[in-house]
Design a protein around this ligand. Structure first.
Ligand SMILES: O=C(O)c1ccc[n+]([C@@H]2O[C@H](COP(=O)([O-])O)[C@@H](O)[C@H]2O)c1
Ligand SMILES: Cc1cc2nc[nH]c2cc1C
Length: 353
């Protein structure tokens, strides 16, 4: 299985001229310059990314990537692995948090099944069968995936970005579902940021303090087995998850097709970190929705120089934090597109005219 083009081909840069025009427009609108704070830069950045003077976050494409984790054998999650497959059913049935939010936003929602331990019924609506294996191997004992399996997961992510492109999406959101994936994401973050597991390991779905200590010890053991290689493909193969690799491929695929990405919480941010390590230009395509309650997220956000829009104590995954931030992007676009200028409204500007 070959790597997707977006893994090696340069990521395009957003349009400087559209961003410059948008920046000038922001200063003509009937408000003190800068008074809409981050919403101003949001609209300016979207104009550059979308090559337009009229940015939009109307057409949102959400893809939830699901997969199981062999490292669950080490007792690192508060929930059983069976939940991953069961939640795929819940996404399809419309009862998950992200299902509700997708309906509320009028967003397209698809679920990409990379492989679970539990059975998933055939032909569920909106579920794409991209099964590679029934969960990763236990990376405390052996590499989680082969590089061929990583390539297949990256391709599955890229395929979701291609569907978003074909659907004319203004914005791409990746979500994750995988019991045990905070252990994988924490291990990857430790490896890439050179930080100790004690500082990046947290409760995930709800471990107590003793559980978090045990989880950090499992990560320490796994990192020792992995060694010092920080190459993105090697890190994904050694410590990754099927869904984390797929999200990495999806984010790169969206940016390479000119679609801005709204990054969700801890898991998706770690996938973004891997993707930025492979393609540093990717950073110009990322918006960060929220600061997850998972403690490791802070260091990952800092490494990505991210300024997340929200901090609501959320730690669900599924793309839910990104979904909650979509109305902010829509507000930024509406303000940019519809506000009157000082001249058109006859309001005195700073020069006193
Ligand atoms: O993305 C986050 O910020 C986040 C933080 C904590 C937990 N999660 C979700 O919880 C699951 C992983 O938790 P755990 O404890 O099983 O590793 C997985 O399905 C994630 O979507 C997600
Ligand atoms: C119920 C449940 C829903 C989730 N959604 C994302 N991660 C999850 C973990 C659990 C346990």
């Amino acid at each position: 299985m070959a790597l997707p083009d977006s893994w090696l081909s340069p990521i395009p840069t957003p349009s400087h001229s559209h961003a410059a025009t948008a920046s000038e427009r922001q200063n003509t609108l009937t408000k003190p310059p800068g008074s809409l704070g981050q919403l101003e830069q949001l609209a300016i950045t979207l104009c550059g990314q979308q090559h337009t003077d009229q940015p939009s976050a109307d057409r949102v494409h959400m893809a939830i990537f699901a997969g199981d984790h062999g490292v669950c054998d080490e007792g690192i999650s508060a929930f059983p692995q069976a939940v991953t497959a069961q939640m795929i059913g819940n996404f399809a049935g419309g009862g998950a948090a992200i299902s509700v939010m997708a309906r509320q936003l009028g967003a397209a929602l698809e679920v990409v099944n990379l492989g679970t331990v539990g059975d998933v019924a055939e032909g569920l609506p909106g579920v794409i069968d991209a099964r590679i294996r029934p969960g990763t191997r236990n990376f405390a004992l052996e590499p989680a995936m082969t590089e061929l399996e990583v390539a297949a997961a990256l391709q599955a992510g890229d395929a979701a970005a291609e569907r978003a492109h074909r659907a004319g999406a203004d914005l791409f959101i990746a979500g994750d579902m995988g019991i045990g994936n905070t252990t994988s994401a924490s291990a990857i973050a430790c490896q890439l940021l050179g930080q100790p597991p004690e500082s990046l390991t947290g409760p995930g779905t709800g471990l107590n303090a003793e559980g978090v200590r045990h989880k950090a010890a499992v990560i320490t053991k796994s990192l020792a087995r992995h060694g010092s290689d920080t190459a993105p493909l090697a890190v994904l193969a050694s410590l990754g998850g099927l869904e984390i690799a797929a999200i990495t491929g999806a984010i790169l695929g969206a940016a390479s097709r000119g679609i801005p990405v709204l990054v969700d919480g801890f898991i998706v941010s770690v996938a973004a970190l891997v993707a930025c390590k492979q393609q540093p230009e990717l950073q110009h395509w990322l918006h960060f929705a929220h600061h997850s309650a998972e403690p490791g997220h802070k260091a990952v956000l800092q490494a990505l120089m991210a300024q997340p829009l929200l901090n609501l104590g959320m730690r669900l995954g599924e793309g839910s934090g990104a979904a909650v931030a979509v109305p902010l992007l829509r507000a930024a676009c509406a303000l940019h597109n519809q506000m009157a200028s000082f001249a058109s409204a006859g309001v005195s500007d700073q020069s006193g005219d």
